[in-house]
Design a protein around this ligand. Structure first.
Ligand code: SF4
Length: 332
C-alpha cells in the first residue's frame, strides 16, 4: 500500500509507531522533524494515490479540536471535530480532500493523549449540554483502524465522559478493531450509504453496499450504537427507486428504530474542490450542469432541486419506519 514511511523524531519510539513499523518491515523510513514541513510541500496530484502513497507518522499540532460548521450535526447541540489523520485510502469522486491538501499521502497523528485532553477541556466548557465530537473529518474513521490502533484509546476517553458523544464516520467495513471493544451508548458508528450502483460509480475502492450493511449488522448485533448518513445524494434519473431498494436491503437486516439518527445531504463542493473534481473526473456527467454557487459560497444544485431530492429520500426513510425526529438535513 505504501512506498515509504516518514516518521517525526518525536513519535519514533512510541509503541503505536513500533506496531505500525512491524506491519511494514520492508519499507524505507525517513526521519523528519515535523510532518507539516514535508507533507504537501511539493504538490502531488490527487490521483497519484492510485499508484503511490507515502505514510507519515507524527504529532497533530495547532488546534486539536475544532468547532464543526453550522448544520453539521443534529441541531440543538454543540458539535466539534478532532483530527487524528489526513487523507483516505478510498477514492470517492466527490471527496473534498482532493481540493484540501496538496498531497493524497496518508498522515496518522499519534498524540492521542493530547487530543483527548483537549476534548475534555472543550467538553468542560459545556457543562449543561451534550457535546458531540466527530472523528473522520479528514479521513475515514475505520478504514485504517487496524493499523492506526487508536479506537481503544478514544473508547476509554469517552467512557469516562458519558455526557459527551463520539461519532466515528465511515464508509468502511473494517470493523475488526471495533468488535474487540465493549460498546458504549455515547460512541456511535455512522455509516455513509449510497445505492449499490451509485456507490460503485462514485465511491471508488470503497467496500460494496452489501459489505457495509453486513458490517452494520455485526456491530448492531454486538450492541454498538449506529447512525446513517445518506450523504451525498447525487441526482440520477432513477434515484428514488435506487434509494427505495437500498433502504429495503438495509431494513431487511436492521430495524431503523435501532438507528440513532439519519442525516440526509445532497452533494456539494467548495469552489476549489469542484474545480478539482471536474479535472479529475471529466467523464462524470453527473458533476456537470445543474450546479450553482449557493448562499454559503458552496457549489450545489439549486434549492428547489435540493429540497425535492431531500424530501423524496426523507419520505422513503419514513416509509421504512424512521421517525421524523431521527432525521436531520446536513448542511442545509
Ligand atoms: S471515504 Fe470519505 S474521506 Fe475517504 S475518499 Fe470517500 S469521501 Fe473521501
Amino acid at each position: 500500500m505504501f512506498d515509504r514511511i516518514f516518521i517525526e523524531q518525536e513519535v519514533k519510539d512510541l509503541p503505536a509507531t513500533e506496531k505500525i513499523l512491524r506491519t511494514f518491515p520492508d519499507l524505507p523510513i525517513t526521519e523528519i522533524d515535523q510532518v507539516d514541513k514535508v507533507f504537501g510541500q511539493v504538490k502531488k496530484p490527487y490521483l497519484q494515490k492510485r499508484e503511490t502513497l507515502n505514510l507519515f507518522l507524527g504529532k497533530k499540532r495547532g488546534q486539536l479540536v475544532k468547532e464543526a460548521p453550522e448544520a453539521y450535526g443534529a441541531a440543538g447541540a454543540p458539535h466539534y471535530y478532532f483530527v487524528h489523520a489526513y487523507n483516505c485510502i478510498y477514492e470517492c469522486q466527490y471527496c473534498y480532500l482532493q481540493g484540501y491538501f496538496h498531497s493524497p499521502d496518508i498522515v496518522l497523528f499519534l498524540n492521542h493523549a493530547e487530543i483527548a485532553e483537549e476534548i475534555h477541556r472543550v467538553a468542560d466548557q459545556h457543562p449543561d449540554q451534550t457535546v458531540w465530537f466527530h472523528a473522520g473529518e479528514f479521513s475515514d474513521s475505520l478504514a485504517l483502524s487496524h493499523l492506526s490502533g487508536e479506537l481503544d484509546f478514544y473508547f476509554d476517553c469517552f467512557k469516562k465522559r458519558p455526557t459527551a458523544k463520539l461519532e466515528l464516520r465511515t464508509k468502511s467495513a473494517n470493523i475488526r478493531e471495533l468488535l474487540k471493544l465493549e460498546p458504549a451508548p455515547n460512541i456511535i458508528t455512522s455509516f455513509s450509504l449510497s445505492p449499490d450502483k451509485a456507490s460503485k460509480h462514485f465511491d471508488l475502492k470503497t467496500p460494496p453496499l452489501k459489505a457495509r450493511l453486513a458490517a452494520m449488522k455485526a456491530l448492531s448485533d454486538a450492541g454498538h450504537p449506529l447512525a446513517i448518513h445518506l450523504d451525498p445524494i447525487i441526482y440520477q434519473p432513477n434515484f428514488i427507486e435506487a434509494y427505495d431498494q437500498m433502504l429495503s436491503q438495509l431494513t431487511n437486516q436492521i430495524d431503523l428504530n435501532r438507528i440513532q439518527y439519519i442525516s440526509l445531504g445532497v452533494v456539494r463542493f467548495t469552489k476549489d474542490v469542484y474545480r478539482e473534481v471536474r479535472n479529475n473526473y471529466p467523464q462524470t456527467s453527473e458533476f456537470r450542469g445543474n450546479f450553482k454557487t449557493s448562499f454559503d459560497g458552496k457549489v450545489r444544485y439549486d434549492r428547489p432541486t435540493r429540497m425535492y431530492i431531500l424530501n423524496q429520500v426523507k419520505a422513503l426513510c419514513s416509509k421504512y419506519g424512521a421517525s421524523e425526529d431521527q432525521i436531520y438535513l446536513c448542511m442545509e
